[in-house]
Design a protein around this ligand. Sequence first.
Ligand code: AMP
Ligand code: GLY
Length: 427
Amino acid sequence: MNILLIGSGGREHALAWKMTKSHQADQIFIAPGNPGTASIGTNLPIEVSDFEGLKKCVLDHKIEMVVVGPEEPLVRGIYDFFVNDPMTSHVNIIGPSANAAQLEGSKAFSKHFMQRHQIPTASYAEFTADNYEAGCTYIRNHSLPIVLKADGLAAGKGVIIAQTQQEALACFEEMIQNKQFGEASAKVVIEQFLEGIEVSVFALTDGINYQIIGHAKDYKRIGEGDTGLNTGGMGCVSPVPFMDDDFMQKVEERIIKPTIQGIHQEGLIYKGFVFFGLMNCGGEPFVIEYNCRLGDPETEVILPRLQTDLVSLLAAVDNGTLADVNIEYNENAFATVMAVSGGYPGAYKKDFIISGIEASQNIPDTLVFQAGTGLKENAIVTKGGRVLTVTAQGPTIQDAVKKAQNTLSLLHFEGMNFRKDIGFEFK
Ligand code: AMP
Ligand code: GLY
């Protein structure tokens, strides 16, 4: 079948790469894609929010499956757009309906949902301009640190962990009164800080059944030893040593099952990936957030590790056989290390030529996924903060990281930076 993949990051390069391994995939189109996806499929210059343009592409290219990478089109209703149009209603869209995507698109919605279904999460309260003073009082009486979250999508910048009441009050004012994130911060969730180790778990659901397809630990801070500013993710490892059978069983029984049951009971239409952002608090899992998509760079380790055919798996979401699919993993440890632009996550320059891409291809046990790259005068150049990521596998996490670093040493662009300590705590 012909497939359309929506998005342009490292996640989409990894998804496209995995799809090329499937006998069920004929042509793979990526909108808008990047030079990495262009090397294995056909890029189309259509933006992820251009639903009419995407529909035209689906009809022109006889697309039977659409896989949505990023959250934005999902929250804006791409699933409903395709399903409600008689010309495209036959297409298998992988992603939740707009209603279900609120699990990511609205922090307040997801907290209510977790409360209704007794899913472990941090205690919280929500506030708007209407009860602003009550919010200030809530902050003054709250233990520290204290977490403030803009309700809506804020390009990954809507969460603040305040160390003092003053800082929290200033952030709260900025979000509600000064509309720091526009409509997205018209409502603010204030919640308890959870101390622990974060881990990302991924499931695929048809709204009733589910399969767990992997998990990963994402290194979010820019600096070695988990220091400095938060980023979109500087690297990942999978599997994570503390995700043993005992912990995984807790995650499945207390979090995954009640979430999927809750989705079903509430009549939410959800045919896609569920990303459980979890905190391991002394061996007990809590939900920090839901995302309605795969993670980036988590995808760049979970898909290489997954041995099951991805296109068959996604087809099973549509044809009622998801429960019968056999999920198999490669036995090796996987790591991915992200190369970022100098200055990221702050301001950075673009358009630097990336050398070594050709030399870095076809190295055993190693994959290079492009993220923020573009083409300029036939050269591959930097176009974003997170530029490319190298995934490698080996018998141990350290072995995989070493191989990824060896391949990274072949790649270069001005200002290139990457963390040398991914997986440091798993020696
Ligand atoms: P989010 O945008 O929801 O992914 O939050 C960004 C990051 O903030 C998460 O990845 C966590 O590292 C951190 N975070 C969010 N909520 C909490 C919490 N309740 N306790 C501790 N850390 C949190
Ligand atoms: N790596 C975290 C995310 O994709 O949201």
